[in-house]
Design a protein around this ligand. Structure first.
Ligand code: GLY
Length: 307
């Protein structure tokens, strides 16, 4: 999988350079209703984007569906997109997943660039070529592996995010830290959201992206080691689905944080994951994400969802 991940220092020149290397006749920018207002204005006056056509879709995961895909395909067609057009996905994981799939399938595939605007999409969704939509009530049921030619990560977009969004993305960083080294795990669980320091977060983010890049390079199609990136997700997805069914949706990263704790309890019991580290993780998650309340009465339902 060939994909360049750039930690931005000069967004305008990095976008211009990425577009120059990505042969194109027309440029389309995919935004959702939030990024159209909060992020597109940051870049729309860049010279390289002066002729770009904007396609806007509904925000949130409820729009990550076939109807929205059809809207994007139609907008590309009506906007005169050819096989040589290029799409820029400007948004969170929903935009980069759906936009990547739209680009991968339109006229059998056009080039695309991801500019993730949430921490979750910066450290996880936009990197590694997983694209897709929800279908038939199942998340990411239809999609394909197709890497963006470039992923340009600019932390300036993080300033527009609510703290819950930041924490949601941070849970995936915690996961990457646990998959990489104890040192990284200690650093990540020492982070203080109350006194958030942008430079400190950037350093942690860089390392986190490298972990993801290393794993997807080794196993782009998830035949082996990439499965490790699902750490915390078997239990986390069950919490997320249960919360959705109960009409009280929870953010993906929060579910992952709680899933990490639950899975590390099992790891402690079965594989001797150290008590000290289990406590460190649980304390960090409890302090920053609170708790997801379940009782033994919910075990069957959760187990069913995990299966
Ligand atoms: N989000 C997990 C992966 O990209 O494999």
């Amino acid at each position: 999988m060939s994909q360049r991940v750039i930690i931005s220092t000069n967004l305008e020149s990095e976008i211009a350079e990425a577009l120059a290397e990505c042969e194109h006749d027309k440029i389309f920018v995919l935004t959702d209703e939030t990024t159209a207002v909060k992020c597109w204005p940051v870049v729309k006056n860049y010279f390289s984007l002066k002729d770009a056509k904007v396609i806007t879709i509904g925000a949130t995961d409820t729009h990550k569906d076939l109807d929205t895909m059809v809207h994007v395909w139609k907008s590309l067609g009506e906007g005169g997109a050819s096989r040589h057009s290029c799409m820029i996905n400007l948004g969170g994981g929903m935009v980069t997943d759906l936009g990547g799939f739209a680009a991968a399938t339109f006229k059998r595939g056009i080039n695309f660039i991801n500019i993730p605007t949430t921490l979750l999409s910066m450290v996880d969704a936009s990197v590694g070529g997983k694209t897709g939509i929800n279908f038939g009530g199942l998340k990411n049921e239809i999609g394909c592996f197709q890497a963006a030619s470039d992923v340009i990560i600019s932390t300036r977009f993080l300033a527009t995010l609510p703290i819950t969004e930041l924490k949601s993305g941070y849970a995936e960083m915690l996961k990457h830290g646990m998959l990489s080294s104890r040192d990284e795990f200690i650093k990540l669980t020492g982070y203080d959201f109350q006194n958030a320091d942008a430079e400190h977060l950037l350093q942690l983010l860089k390392t986190s992206v490298l972990v993801k890049e290393r794993i997807v390079k080794e196993d782009p199609h998830e035949q082996g080691i990439r499965r490790a990136l699902n750490l915390g997700h078997t239990v986390g997805h069950a919490f997320e689905s249960k919360a959705l069914h109960d009409g009280k949706p929870i953010a993906h990263g929060y579910a992952v944080a709680w899933g990490l704790v639950a899975e590390m309890v099992l790891s402690h019991q079965i594989l001797k994951f150290p008590t000290e580290d289990l406590h460190r993780l649980a304390e960090f998650v409890y302090a920053n994400y609170g708790a997801y309340h379940i009782t033994c009465d919910h075990y069957d339902e959760l187990l069913h969802l995990m299966h």
